[in-house]
Design a protein around this ligand. Structure first.
Ligand code: GN1
Ligand code: MG
Length: 369
């Protein structure tokens, strides 16, 4: 095990000796390792990226507030059995600063468990809906005003468009040229994507505690494929249902990869969508509040558009935010996500029907049950 990691691990309040560290590489922002120890208990050691998270103390405070609340609320439902927690440092507190601006925290590894990059079947899509629904229902009574907005305007499309416009104006001409057709796609779609942000600002869609990074790899399942819990709580903040719903569907219901270079692979899995909404709403796991179903069927397109826009902006800014695997990776990602946004817009009507029928079956179950 790398001496640097061993030294950092030793500062946390764990008595067992570490035996190995394995990099967990599915995230695009932070560095994460699984640490195995002699006792058999494993841990997840994470270094928060200082560029993405300029105020790690506020991030940690949000994560602690949400996990403490989840711990109080967990149990009694026969589902949602696990809650991610944090280990304190020997000297107190939960965050260890290094001299490069990184901030480290340690969590117990929840196991046995697994996660997926791609959903293998409708069963997992349903469990994913239930896992997110449970997280949102268990945080429904946590006042969002108690959390800081650690990444201001994170899913605010007006803000993301302003950042994109500024990046375009100052980008190097070569990158602008490579990105020209993708920039045209943004120009074509941008107005049509602003509805949810306007409804939020008008107060039609109410604020709640949201996870804000609900892609499938951030959901944990048992080895048999039962949903366990949401992980990667770095972005828990005040938000709206549309962010978490749309972002989860973005990854789960795409038959291609997030960075698929082949546009023919990018199609909407309506069967997965139906299963997802049944899992989330069908049995009353999450009961939406007034205003929360308004424009909900638009949210997958909008969230794919926002992520694609952020990736394109990052390409124009020479890839300083998202980790890339090859030159041009952010542009490939952006193309795929913008193509996906179009596909979701085309599937709006059947998605709206699926949401409606899941809500109806919940209402029926409520009447008869
Ligand atoms: C980033 O770090 P990771 O992979 O969980 C990003 C999300 C994007 C996602 C795209 C803090 O998430 O907003 O949706 O990549 N996280 C941050 O895969 O910017
Ligand atoms: Mg994340």
């Amino acid at each position: 095990m790398e001496p640097r990691l061993a030294a950092i691990f030793s500062q946390f309040s764990v008595s067992a000796m570490p035996t190995s560290a394995t990099g967990l590489t599915s995230g695009h922002i932070n560095d994460t390792w699984r640490i195995d120890t002699e006792s058999g208990q494993s841990y997840v050691l994470q270094r928060l990226n200082p560029i993405a998270f300029p105020d790690p103390d506020a991030v940690m405070a949000n994560k602690l507030a949400v996990t403490e609340h989840l711990l109080k609320r967990a149990g009694g439902r026969g589902f949602g059995k696990a809650v991610p927690g944090f280990l304190p440092l020997r000297r107190g507190g939960f965050l260890l600063r290094d001299n490069q601006g990184g901030a480290w925290n340690l969590m117990p590894f929840i196991g046995p468990s697994r996660s997926y990059l791609v959903a293998p079947d409708v069963h997992i899509a349903r469990e994913a809906g239930q896992t997110l629904g449970l997280f949102l229902s268990q945080t429904s009574d946590l006042d969002p005003a108690l959390l800081s907005e650690t990444l201001p305007g994170f899913h605010n499309l007006e803000r993301r468009l302003a950042e994109f416009d500024a990046a375009k104006d100052s980008a190097d001409p070569r990158r602008c040229e490579d990105a020209a057709p993708t920039i045209d796609t943004v120009t074509e779609l941008r107005e049509s994507m602003l509805g949810i942000e306007q409804l939020r600002q008008a107060g039609v869609i109410p604020e709640r505690v949201t996870h804000n990074d609900t892609k499938l790899p951030n959901m944990l399942f048992t080895p048999q494929g039962k949903g366990l819990c949401m992980i990667d709580l770095d972005t828990v903040m005040p938000g709206i249902l549309h962010y978490d719903f749309g972002d989860a569907v973005r990854m789960l219901c795409n038959s291609g990869a997030e960075d698929d270079p082949n546009p023919d692979h990018i199609k909407v899995r309506l069967d997965y969508f139906e299963a997802f909404v049944e899992g989330m709403f069908g049995e009353g796991t999450l009961v939406p509040r007034t205003g929360e179903t308004t424009a909900l069927a638009d949210s997958p397109a909008v969230m794919a558009f926002i992520v694609g826009l952020r990736m394109l902006t990052d390409f124009l800014q020479r890839d300083r935010y998202f980790a890339i695997a090859y030159p041009g990776h952010n542009l490939v990602r952006a193309r795929a996500q913008l193509a996906l946004a179009r596909r979701f817009s085309d599937s709006r009507a059947p998605m709206e029907d699926a949401i409606e029928s899941a809500l109806q079956s919940a209402a029926q179950a409520g009447r008869t049950g």
